[in-house]
Design a protein around this ligand. Sequence first.
Ligand SMILES: NC(=O)CC[C@H](N)C(=O)O
Length: 430
Amino acid sequence: MDPELTGARLLAGTIVDPAGVIRAKQVPIARAAAFEEHGMGASPSWNVFCIDNAVAFTPRFGVVGDLRLRVDLATARSLGDGLAWAPAEMVTQDGEPTAVCTRTLLGRRVSALAADGFTARAGGEVEFVLTEGDGTPRHTPKWNPYGLSAVLDAEAFLTDLAGTAEAVGLPVEQVHAEYGDGQFELSLSPTDPVTAADNVVLARILIGRVARRHGLAASFSPLPFAGGSGNGAHLHLSLAWQGRPLLSGGDGPHGLTHDGGAMIGGLVAGLPEVTGVLAGSVLSAQRLRPGQWAGAFACWGLENREAAVRLCAATPGAAHGASLEVKCGDPSANPYLAVAVLLGLAHDGLTREAALPPEITADPATVAGALRLPVSQASALRALEESALARRLLGEEILEALLAVRRHELDSYGERDLATITELFRFAWS
Ligand SMILES: NC(=O)CC[C@H](N)C(=O)O
């Protein structure tokens, strides 16, 4: 038995589905080796489960057929109290990779970058709103953003979370109180892209687990309460070519290299086409608005918190120097897909030597001609469906599943009032 699994009794192997929901199969720990060797069965319809538990069947994803969820025990770890966790991949019954597995897709993107000499690093920011266990707002009379009072109010939860993260090896860089009542953000250290997405999943599991232990609940909805603050899922990205950072040490603006400019050019040009991947849920457009630090404009700028792409100066010890914070995504996105499409856009910019777009040095809402990302779920999905680039980056299978589940949300709930849908889906991604 792997020493990491000592004391564990049940092993959960997780995937994230195209709707952004973490799904799992569990085995008693004695069957961990079988979970790795043969995997556990899962219907192809796992890819078209919707946030309201409907199934958006498509020609490819129906009731017939079987896939296997397979874990890599080298990544498994005990979470304490008898539960262990490992990220899973979806393979065929013969153990071959599948085009619908989002973790596999991300691994392939990392390999494609490596084949051109690039290494990537990524790190997620995880925002959530803490509620009472029954989902009602917490009584937090003294809430203020970055306020210590908010931290003291949730101190037992936060210290328990920090201890659990440390014990489990989740690299937390910092935690702070955010703008919304009950809202916190936890930022994760940069690492290789697949581990970065795994870490986002693990962070959500730990946050949910510690919250339950304290009689609370954590919402990862893009908009937990109508009129409240949205939850973002910002991602920090950096690339190096043959060990040399793209975003630092160059002779372009702010030390960007020529390739760093092309990376930004690829991202800024492509974001409108992949907003349906990064922020495509029925609640996402309600968060992705100006004035929310949500990155609602397709532009970039040094430390510009309203731009979808914020160039962040290097912090001491950062392996790749400066990084890009892509702000427009939210927690309804599958983190493997989110990282994969962003690296895909960066790679596309590098391949076609995209020009660095003009920098936006003010709030883009005040800049004439600044381009908003799609302002509705319908327009985000239309742009995604029409994008040849998105089709190439995601593949037909994932695109079909993603559009099916999001169109179900749009058709079933797109006309409903915000108070109703925020309540209905407050814990859909928890
Ligand atoms: N401090 C912040 O960056 C806030 C982010 C914001 N909550 C979002 O939805 O993206």
